[in-house]
Design a protein around this ligand. Structure first.
Ligand code: PGA
Length: 253
């Protein structure tokens, strides 16, 4: 059985005071939820603060990006080791906003995934098609390319350690969620790709999250699909009430 992972991607929101407040609220409400893996991904400057709040709880810390090199002249970047030191267990790689605004490519995603694994971080590898891809019937091709290239060179022993997040770009921050059936179709497809690459057993053990306008009132329907193993949540993770409600919905399934 795959344990569902609900991750809050706070994006460029929540500076120190607000981040601490939100993390404290989430800790108070969810400290005893054992059957859902809860991950908070604050911006870099709030990582250590949030890490301190959730220390000694089952709630985990994640970062939103990293560089693939170990160190060096890369102004503005952070290494996997730095994230580890700040208390991270997870790191989001290849989010569509990074692909769209910061030149992230399948090749850089692949380098980052490998570097994260080398450092013992769990990469949450984001894949997903744009609206025009879906409308022109290319959703499967784009997702397949993201998976194939993003995971290129990974052996089975590494693949079991990753998490994949399927996030159709047209559903992110738009209020338009993919229907449960639309999402499941792609999740099933991704699992089949993983099965071809790494075998059925490994593919069955990899968590595939859905992301894109997930909210308390649609999470249950999505999570009851067989290949959907959690959610990567943006907007609805910024409020204690809605994040807590989503985790509780999943925990009660
Ligand atoms: P959203 O963002 O929940 O606000 O659509 C999801 C994401 O970008 O991970």
């Amino acid at each position: 059985m795959r344990k569902p992972i609900i991750a809050g991607n706070w994006k460029m929101n929540k500076a120190a005071a607000e981040a601490t407040l939100l993390a404290n609220g989430i800790k108070r409400d969810l400290f005893d939820v054992g059957n859902v893996e809860i991950v908070l991904c604050p911006p870099f400057t709030s990582l250590s603060l949030v890490g301190d709040v959730i220390q000694d709880t089952p709630i985990s810390l994640g970062a939103q990006n990293m560089h693939w090199e170990k160190e060096g002249a890369f102004t503005g970047e952070l290494s996997a080791a730095m994230l580890k030191e700040a208390g991270c267990k997870y790191v989001i790689i290849g989010h569509s906003e990074r692909r769209a605004y910061f030149g992230e490519t399948n090749e850089s995603v692949n380098k980052k995934v490998k570097a994260a694994l080398r450092e013992g971080l769990v990469p949450i590898v984001c894949v997903g098609e744009k609206l025009e891809d879906r409308e022109s019937g290319k959703a499967f091709d784009v997702v397949s390319e993201h998976v194939e290239k993003g995971l290129e060179g990974l052996g089975e022993s590494e693949a079991v350690k990753i998490v994949i997040a399927y996030e159709p770009v047209w559903a992110i921050g738009t209020g338009k969620t993919a229907s449960a059936a639309q999402a499941e179709e792609i999740h099933k497809f991704i699992r089949e790709l993983l099965s071809k690459k790494y075998g059925k057993k490994t593919s069955e053990s990899i968590c595939i999250q859905y992301g894109g306008s997930v909210k308390p009132d649609n999470i249950k329907e999505l999570m009851t699909e067989i290949d959907i193993d959690g959610a990567l949540v943006g907007g609805a993770s910024l409020k204690e009430e809605s994040f807590v409600a989503m985790v509780k919905e999943v925990s009660e399934l």
